[in-house]
Design a protein around this ligand. Structure first.
Ligand code: KIV
Length: 263
């Protein structure tokens, strides 16, 4: 999968699938799956490191995860988030952050918001770096938004997100994540743009869908937002397997003959 192929999928009306991935073993599984693209999301700070929000993610963390994902999924198109403030200081510092995650194995970067990012996006695109935008509920703005809340409700708020989306397309983004916005707004944005939109909590009208892998696998039992569909009772299955191991050890039935060496 390449940027051009992802864009072609929109013109051919084919849905794009994206899942988050942060580590080598899940990357291996995803590499042999049908999913089109992988996102090394800064949600990894929460999912993999137990942080309350994505503010804790830094460039080193993202690069480390991107490297593991690239090793495990050499055949997938990998997008890596630029973490909080790493692209809001000088151009030099932003370019260093991008260089680190691209050299670690990402094929493209994603950044949140539009205002103040347009010049950097143009520079990145002119430098050969594919950029994915992210609008609506942008988790790096959690303290300004007052929590993880649906965005773009009401005419003014909707108009602003539509304008931001057009600005990101003009700046050269190859695709755009729309998070937690009303479906009619997602539909307007999707039909107004040439570039594909990838939704999470934006209804089925976007050109593709993204979910956090651990949410859709049912590994995170404390978190079940409205937009997540759980495809596996992962936490339950894993804990049953772990308890079976403990039971077998306690009963002396593990290891058995088959799992032991003869002299
Ligand atoms: O970091 C992340 O997982 C994301 C998705 C929610 C789109 O940005």
């Amino acid at each position: 999968m390449t940027v051009t192929e992802i864009q072609k999928m929109k013109s051919e009306g084919q849905k794009i699938t994206m899942l988050t991935c942060y580590d080598y073993w899940s990357a291996r599984i995803l590499n042999s799956s049908k999913v089109h693209t992988l996102l090394v999301g800064d949600s990894g700070a929460m999912v993999m490191h137990g942080a309350e929000d994505t503010i804790e993610a830094d460039v080193e963390m993202m690069a480390l995860h991107a490297k593991a994902v690239r090793r495990g999924a050499p055949d997938k198109f990998i997008v890596c988030d630029l973490p909080f403030l790493s692209y809001r200081r000088s151009l030099d510092q932003s370019m260093d952050a991008v260089m680190q995650v691209m050299k670690a194995g990402a094929h493209a970067i994603k950044l949140e918001g539009a205002e103040g990012n347009v010049e950097l996006i143009r520079h990145l695109v002119h430098s050969g770096v594919p950029v994915m935008g992210h609008l609506g509920l942008t988790p790096q703005f959690v303290h300004q938004l007052g929590g993880f809340k649906v965005q773009g409700r009401g005419d003014q708020a909707a108009k602003r997100i539509l304008e931001q989306a057009k600005a990101l397309e003009d700046a050269g983004c190859f695709s755009l994540v729309l998070e937690a916005i009303p479906t009619p707004l997602a539909e307007t944005i999707t039909s107004s743009l040439q570039i594909p939109t990838i939704g999470i909590g934006a209804g089925s009208v976007t050109d593709g869908q993204v979910l956090v892998l651990h949410d859709m696998l049912g590994l995170n039992t404390d978190f079940k937002p409205k937009f997540v569909r759980t495809y596996l009772n992962g936490a339950e299955l894993i804990s049953t397997a772990i308890n079976s191991f403990c039971d077998d050890v306690e009963a002396g039935t593990f290891p058995g003959k088959k799992e032991s060496y003869s002299s």
